[in-house]
Design a protein around this ligand. Structure first.
Ligand SMILES: NC(=O)c1ccc[n+]([C@@H]2O[C@H](COP(=O)([O-])OP(=O)(O)OC[C@H]3O[C@@H](n4cnc5c(N)ncnc54)[C@H](OP(=O)(O)O)[C@@H]3O)[C@@H](O)[C@H]2O)c1
Length: 340
């Protein structure tokens, strides 16, 4: 016996990946429902070698469904997640709406799987921000060995992190550079993203940081350890899929770069590609469609007492969203629901 699974946001970037990954990982599905807004009613989406038609989330009855993987943005989540949870269907949500609620676990299965049982308070589990998810997979095993004091991270985030519209904007603006008869003004992003980089993701906060930067700070504390200090600069770059991060870490204890490399090689969810030669590192283009978080350029930072630098790359639609959500579903199945 398997699970009755709902994917809400099935026509979107993350929703489509969730359907792909459920099929790829042979999640024990008895029945699947693909939901989106009314305007997408009947749109066909792929689930393994099958094609399924999307239904209207607004009229869907969640009664009798085991779990619902949501990727529909915070506004719609606020309306529909409580409905699903109240019907007894466990919600695994990709939006930022519930991430900071102390009664809702925020889970990266490689890092804090033990928090899964906290789901029962509200029948909801939160999935972290894409940039946080890949970073904490790398931080956790290093923290266990040498205790992280402070992290300084700069991100290079792809346009798919801003949904389908973000990808379309990069595509249209890039074409317009070669065909100057058409003008494609910025809409999803604040400035032109084609052949440019933008140091602004999500809204500005009072202290001058952006909400995306604040999310990395708050989520790392909730998932790994509240005592870790994090400072982030989040930047949108003209890459379709795959987020990259330059991470500087300061530890309590000395951690040699070779030992760090060995620890990361053994750590779950990580692939180390770190040759000190041209091309001996991973770029976002190479991580697309992969499950792993790739770590390269591991090296000592001799400007602080116990410092290390590394380069971290992952498919933001996978580890940053859909894969992590499916891994949570697997964890929920294994530890709690125990079907399949
Ligand atoms: N992309 C990433 O890297 C990433 C990473 C982590 C988390 N997330 C989060 O995941 C969520 C989805 O992101 P995305 O990139 O997949 O966005 P997207 O490509 O724009 O897709 C949005 C999806 O949500 C559906 N939707 C929106 N409003 C709805 C409503 N009122 N009722 C029913 N369905 C509705 C859309 O359906 P229609 O097609 O019918 O409009 C579509 O299926 C967001 O909360 C985002 O913050 C994304």
């Amino acid at each position: 016996m398997g699970y009755r699974v709902v994917v809400a946001g099935a026509t979107g970037n993350v929703g489509r990946e969730m359907l792909n990954i459920l099929a790829e990982r042979q999640f024990p599905v008895d029945e699947i429902a693909a939901l989106a807004s009314r305007k997408s009613l009947g749109t066909e989406v792929s689930f393994g070698d099958k094609t399924i038609k999307t239904q209207d989330l607004d009229t869907f009855d969640f009664t009798g469904w085991d779990m619902a993987l949501f990727a529909i943005g915070s506004d719609a989540t606020k309306v529909y997640a409580p409905k699903a949870a109240a019907a007894g269907c466990v919600v695994i949500d990709n939006s930022s709406l519930y991430r900071y609620d102390p009664d809702i676990p925020l889970i990266v299965p490689e890092v804090n799987p033990h928090t899964i049982h906290g789901y029962a308070k509200k029948n909801i589990i939160a999935n972290p921000n894409c940039s946080t998810a890949q970073m904490v997979v790398a931080l956790k095993p290093l923290h266990d060995r040498a205790t992280i004091k402070r992290v300084v991270v700069s991100t290079y985030q792809s346009v798919s992190g801003a949904g389908k519209e973000g990808m379309d904007e990069l595509w249209e603006q890039t074409k317009a550079v070669y065909n100057p008869t058409s003008d494609v003004p910025p809409k999803k992003f604040q400035k032109e993203i084609a052949f440019n980089v933008i140091p602004h993701i999500d809204v500005f906060m009072e202290d001058g940081s952006t909400k995306e930067e604040w999310k990395m700070v708050a989520e790392t504390k909730k998932i790994v350890d509240p005592s870790i200090k994090v400072t982030a600069t989040c930047v949108r770059v003209p890459v379709f899929v795959g987020h990259s991060e330059a991470v500087n870490i300061e530890f309590e204890e000395f951690l040699d770069e070779d030992e760090a490399r060995d620890i990361l090689r053994e750590a779950p969810g990580i692939m180390v590609i770190d040759k000190r030669e041209p091309g001996g590192y991973v770029t976002p283009k190479e991580c697309v469609g992969d499950f792993a978080t790739f770590i390269s350029r591991i090296r000592q930072d001799s400007t602080v007492e116990n410092g290390l630098n590394l380069w971290c790359v992952s498919d933001n639609l996978r580890k940053g969203a859909a894969l992590n959500a499916v891994q949570i579903a697997e964890l929920l199945g294994r530890e709690v629901l125990k079907k399949g």
